[in-house]
Write a protein that binds this ligand. Structure first.
Ligand SMILES: CC(C)(COP(=O)(O)OP(=O)(O)OC[C@H]1O[C@@H](n2cnc3c(N)ncnc32)[C@H](O)[C@@H]1OP(=O)(O)O)[C@@H](O)C(=O)NCCC(=O)NCCS
Length: 149
C-alpha cells in the first residue's frame, strides 16, 4: 500500500481520536488532541495516510531548543506491522535532521510495551534510564534517546 505523509489538521480529529482510543490505556480526549493540533507552539503533528487520504497513523513530537521528544505515535490497530510507524518515525527523524537545530530525540515508553520498544530499538534509540512509577497506573517508563548528529 502507498504511504503518504502530511501535516495533521483539525479535520483529522475524528480519525485521530479513533486511533487514540484503540491504542492507549489513557487516551487523549478530543480537546487534548485539538490542543496539540492547533495550539501547542512546540508540537509537530504528522499523519500517514493512504491514497484516499484515510488516516492510518500519526506522530506528535515536540521541539524544544536543541532536543525533541515524541509525545505520541500510534497506528490503526488493523494496519499494524506493515511499516507505518517506521514510515512516520523516519519522516520525523529526517525532518529534524534537516532542520539542523535538534541534536537528540527522546521518549518514554511503558516497560511492557514490547512492540514500541522493538520499533525504537530498530531506529537506534538507546535506553538511558528507568523512570519509576511514571504512568498513572504505576507502571515504569523506559527513557530512551537517539542522537541526531
Ligand atoms: C508501536 C506501534 C506504533 C508500531 O506500529 P507499526 O506500524 O505496527 O510498526 P511497524 O510495522 O513500522 O514496525 C516497526 C518495528 O516495530 C517492532 N514491532 C512492531 N510490532 C511488534 C510486535 N508486535 N512485537 C515486537 N516488535 C514489534 C519491530 O521491530 C518492527 O520492525 P520489523 O518489522 O522490521 O521487525 C503500534 O503497535 C501501536 O500503535 N501501538 C499502540 C500505541 C503505542 O503503544 N505507541 C507507542 C507509545 S510509546
Amino acid at each position: 500500500m502507498k504511504m503518504i505523509i502530511r501535516k495533521a489538521t483539525t479535520n483529522d480529529l475524528k480519525a485521530l481520536k479513533e486511533i487514540e482510543d484503540e491504542s492507549f490505556l489513557n487516551p487523549f480526549k478530543e480537546k487534548d488532541l485539538l490542543y496539540e493540533l492547533s495550539e501547542n507552539p512546540v508540537s509537530e503533528f504528522l499523519v500517514a495516510v493512504d491514497e484516499s487520504d484515510n488516516v492510518i497513523g500519526f506522530i506528535d513530537y515536540w521541539i524544544t531548543f536543541d532536543s525533541a521528544t515524541i509525545d505520541q505515535i500510534a497506528v490503526k490497530k488493523s494496519m499494524r506491522n506493515q511499516g507505518f510507524a517506521s514510515f512516520l518515525l523516519e519522516n520525523c527523524i529526517q525532518s529534524l535532521k534537516e532542520s539542523g537545530e535538534v541534536s537528540f530525540l527522546t521518549l518514554e515508553v511503558r516497560k511492557s510495551n514490547l512492540p514500541a520498544i522493538g520499533l525504537y530499538k530498530k531506529f537506534g534509540f538507546e535506553k538511558v534510564t528507568i523512570k519509576e512509577n511514571y504512568y498513572d497506573d504505576g507502571e515504569d517508563a523506559i527513557y530512551m534517546v537517539k542522537g541526531l548528529v
